[in-house]
Design a binder for this molecule. Structure first.
Ligand SMILES: *Cc1c(COP(=O)(O)O)cnc(C)c1O
Length: 320
């Protein structure tokens, strides 16, 4: 497969199967289109260039949401809605001036998330397109894709694959918007991507290795509801475990706002914990953005093994 020409029959058949199995495992609505990109970052730009008429509105409480807004801001007008890490998404601030509403469902930088109930509220408070960055939750959580028009992720987080590919899901309304705007200026204009991937082809030589690995891993993967249950249990165990340490606090304080896939832990000395961890081959995430100095992060991604979690917990028990 790795030496297969991306215009060949074998490639096209693999892509057809990949889209079908991905839709089945992840519960993607039948009428949604699937395209593959190079990264989540590329998806940010595609939304600005090919789906935004004039202005996108950005709800953000962390570094990834902010970066998205900056990327979009280079191409279109943006409305910024910063909100507190310890508060739910302020859906009442949806702007009538914006034609795409942008939400980071799982803010990898600080371990916060937007609940399905909030997404529902947002959906019912606007007729505009809603675009969701689910980079660190898609493939791990049973997301309700009907609650937004554009969903995207890259494969190195919950899908557990080598970095270098993005997945983008588009509702019929999003496709209609792309047709209305008719952006064809870029190599990655959304209409070009759709025209190619709808025929199980790619507009440029894609990451064939990642496409193949996604195909293989989705084939042998459990339905997303089961994966979510597994992550839920592991998350609850992490919370139980961390409660024993008075000097470690999980962000955000309100458990209903917490990400299940990225635990962000406030600590007096994250640097030492990370360094000592590396000495025994435990890689945890550094803090990110505003939380760089005061937190470390633990991934609760599906590919992580039980053995690895208990090794990390034994380590933390010793050092915290
Ligand atoms: C990792 C991440 C990104 C960036 O992904 P790339 O594959 O590097 O483009 C964007 N948004 C969120 C929420 C992320 O966690």
């Amino acid at each position: 497969m790795l030496s297969t020409n991306h215009r060949s029959e074998a490639f096209m058949q693999m892509i057809a199967e990949l889209k079908a199995v991905l839709a089945k495992r992840q519960n993607i609505p039948d009428d949604y289109s699937i395209v593959f990109t190079s990264s989540a970052t590329e998806c940010w730009e595609i939304i600005a260039q090919s789906l935004t008429k004039k202005c996108s509105q950005h709800f953000h409480n962390g570094a990834f949401g902010e970066k998205w807004m900056k990327r979009a801001g280079a191409l279109v007008d943006t409305v910024s809605v910063p909100f507190d890490l310890n508060a739910p998404l302020p859906v009442e601030l949806v702007s009538a001036d914006a034609d795409v509403i942008c939400v980071t469902q799982n803010e990898t930088a600080n371990g916060s998330c937007v609940s399905s109930e909030r997404m529902q509220k947002l959906r019912s408070s606007t007729d505009q397109l809603i675009a969701v960055d689910a980079t660190s939750s898609m493939g791990g959580l049973a997301l309700d894709f009907t609650l937004a028009d554009v969903w995207f992720a890259s494969v190195q987080k919950c899908f557990g694959l080598p970095a270098g590919m993005g997945v983008m899901l588009l509702s019929p309304r999003a496709v209609k918007r792309a047709e209305e705007l008719n952006d064809r200026l870029r190599y990655n204009s959304l209409l070009t991507l759709l025209e190619n991937w709808n025929k199980n082809q790619a507009p440029y030589t894609p990451n064939v290795l990642d496409l193949y690995l996604l195909h293989r891993t989705q084939m042998s993967s459990k339905p997303i509801a089961e994966i979510e249950k597994k992550l839920e249990k592991r998350y609850a165990k992490w919370v139980d475990f961390l409660e024993d340490f008075p000097n470690l606090n999980i962000l955000p304080q309100d458990p209903s706002l917490r990400s299940m896939t990225v635990l962000t832990i406030q600590s007096p000395d994250p640097e030492t914990i990370l360094r000592k961890g590396l000495e025994v081959e435990i890689t945890m995430g550094k803090g990110y953005g505003a939380w760089k100095e005061s937190t470390f992060r633990i991934a609760n991604f599906p590919a992580i093994k039980r053995k690895e979690i208990s090794k990390a917990q034994t380590f933390l028990r010793k050092f915290c």
